[in-house]
Design a protein around this ligand. Sequence first.
Ligand code: ADP
Ligand code: GLC
Length: 680
Amino acid sequence: MRPGELHFGWEYDNVFYRAPEMGSRSRPPACGQQEKGKRRRILRTVRSLEISADYDVKGSVVVAKKKTSTQKPAAAAAQAKPAPAVKKEEPVAKKAEPAAKKEEPAAKKAEPAAKKEEPAAKKEEPAAKKEEPAAKKAKPATKAAKPAAKKPAAKKAAPKAEKPAPEQPAPQVEEPKAEQPAQPVESAPAQPVDTSPRRSVAFIGSECHPFVKTGGLGDVMYALPRVLAQQNCDVRVILPRYACIPQKYQDKMVYRGEFYMDLGQTGRSYYVGIMEYIWDGVVYDFIDNQEFFSAGNPYIGLVEDIPKYCFFSKAALAALNYMNWIPDIVHCHDWQAALVPVYLRTLFKDSPVGRAKSVLTIHNLRFQGIYNIPTIRYWTGLPDEVFEMGALKQDYVNANMLKGGLAYADRITTVSNTYAWEIQTAEYGEKLEDHLRYHSYKLRGIVNGIDYGMWNPATDPSLVVNYDITNVLEHKPENKRALQQELGLVQDEGKFVIGLISRLTDQKGLDLVSAVIPQVMDGNTQVVVLGTGDKEYEDTFRYYENACKGMFSACIQYDEARAHRIYAGADALLVPSRFEPCGLTQLNAMHYGTLPIVRETGGLKDTVEPYNVFNGAGNGFTFDRYDAGLLLDAINRAKTEYFTSRYHWDEVVQRDMAKDVSWENSARQYKDLYLELTPW
Ligand code: ADP
Ligand code: GLC
C-alpha cells in the first residue's frame, strides 16, 4: 500500500437493492445565480492581455500562425466588453511551438482510420476544409461553418440511440426576484497563514456557482477552490463560457486572449477565446466558443454535449499552454472533464502542461458520457490505444469518456468514503465496478463540505429573521411562520414542517416519498417540496398540493433564495436517496438547525449520525434499505421526537448547527493528495 492511500475492504453488510434503470437523467438547473453585496474591487485590477497575434493549437500546443488580420473578431470583440487595456505581450505560446509540431503527425496518423470508419465524416470533410480559411478570417465559429461541424454528430448519433432523453437536461434560468439569494460573504475573516508547500491547481469542470449551477457540482466548484486558495494553493477554475451565464458576470470578464485549435478528425480549426474573472483569490477562465456554448443551457443532450465537452477538455489544456500557466495538478470533475487526463497523457504529453498530474473527481457515477466509438474518435482524434477495453472502450459499440478518464488519471476521488466503496459493487457501480476495483489503489473518498459564507443563517439575506446557535430556538419558528405564509400553508408554528429540496429524479428516492405521503399527512404535518425534473414526480407533487390544501406545497421551480428559506423554516429535511455520492442538502439543513431524515447511503451515511433515542446522540433520522416502509418509520420516529420530546429535539437542532460541515478538513485532504502527487 502506498503511504496515504486508502484501500477499501469488503466487509460491508448492508443489503442493497438494485436500482431500476433511470428513466430520465434530468438535472433541474438554474443558470447562474444572483450576485449581491460588495465586491473586492481590488481583485478586479486584472492584468488585461490583448494578444493580437493569432495562434493555432495543433494537437496539443498553441502555435503562432500567420497573422491575417490584427482586427479582433466581431464576436470576440463584443464579448470582450469592456475593452481591455491593450497590452502587447510576446506570446508565451511561441515557446511551445516545437512540441506542437511534434503533435501534428499524430493527428495526421489518425486521419486514415477516421476515413475508414467515418463515411459521414468523410463526406463532411471537404466542406469543413473549404470553410476553414473563412472561419479563420472570421475567427469566432461562423454560422456557415456550423452545419458542417454538426452534421457528423447527428448522423453518427442515429445508429446508437443511447437514450433519447438528454443526459442532464435543460436547466432553467431563474427569474429575477425581489429577494435575492444568499451570496458568499466577500470579506473573509483573516486566516492563519498556511505554511504547507504551495501548489498550483487547475480546476476543470462544467459548472460553478454563481455563474452556472444545476446541482451540487456547481457548489463544489465554487467552494473548494476558495478554501484551497486559503490553504496556499494557486487556483484557476476553467469553465465553458456558456451564453446563459448572467450578463453581470459576463460584463466582469476580461479578454485574456484567443487562439485556434484543431479538434479530432473534423479537419477544422476552432476558435478558443479566454475570458477571465478574478474573484477572492481564485482566477476563473472561461473558454469561449459560440458554436459550442451558445445554447441557453449547459446540458442539452448527448448529441450536442459529447462534441461540446470533447472540445472543452482539449481547449482547457490548450488554454493552460497558451497562458503559460502550467499547474502542478489538473483537477477534473465528472464526465464532462474526464477526457482531460486522457488528452494529458496522449496528445499533450510533450507539451508544457503534460508535466501536470491529474486528479479526477466522480461527483455522480450515473453520468458517464457514453457514445459510439466512431463519434468519440472523430471528435477527440485520440490514438487507437485509448480505445482499448482498459480505457475508453465500453463494449463493441461504445466509448465511455469517464471510463477513459479513470484509467488515465493519476488519482481518482469521489465525494464520500461510503460512495467510494459502493461504486466498486455491482449495485452502485453503474457497470464500472470492475474498472473501479481495478483502479482502487488510486481511488479515495473525500467528503464534501459547504461554504459557510454562502450558507450562514446568521447573515443569510434571504431569511426573514437571521439566527445563530444561541437564538435558533427563538427565531426558527419565525422563519417557519414566514415560510408558511410565503407558500400559502396554514400558519401554525406547532405544525411539523418537512422540506425536500432536490432535483426530481430517480436518484433521489422520490418514489418512496410519493408512496408514503398519504400516511405522512396527518393534520399536524406539512410538506414543502422544491425542485424540478422528471414530469412524473412534478405531477405527483402537484397532485398532493391540490389534494392537501394548506398542508402541502409543491414549488416546481429552481429558486435559490426559496431554498434558503426552506432550510431555515422547516423542522426536518428529507433525503431518502436511492444513491447519493455525497449530498449537500443534508449538510445545509444541519447547518440551519433542520434535522435530516436520510437513507444510509453514500455521503448521507457518512455525514448523518443516526439519532439514538436512548442517549440522545446523533444528528438525524436514518433508514437503511430502500423501502417505503422504512422511510415512513424514520419520519414517524422524527415526528414522535418532535411532538413528545421537544427538549431532546432542540438539543439535536443545536448540535447540528455546531457540527463542522465546512470545507476546511476536506480541502486539507485534497491539498494532501496534491502534495502526495507532487512530492518535491
Ligand atoms: P445533486 O448535486 O445530486 O443535485 P446535492 O445535494 O449535492 O445534489 O446538491 C444540490 C444543490 O442544489 C444544493 O445546493 C441544493 O440546495 C440545490 N438545489 C437543488 N434543487 C434546488 C431547487 N429546486 N432550487 C434551489 N436550489 C436547489
Ligand atoms: C452530485 C451528487 C451529489 C453530490 C454533488 C457534489 O451531483 O449527486 O451527491 O453532493 O455531486 O459533489
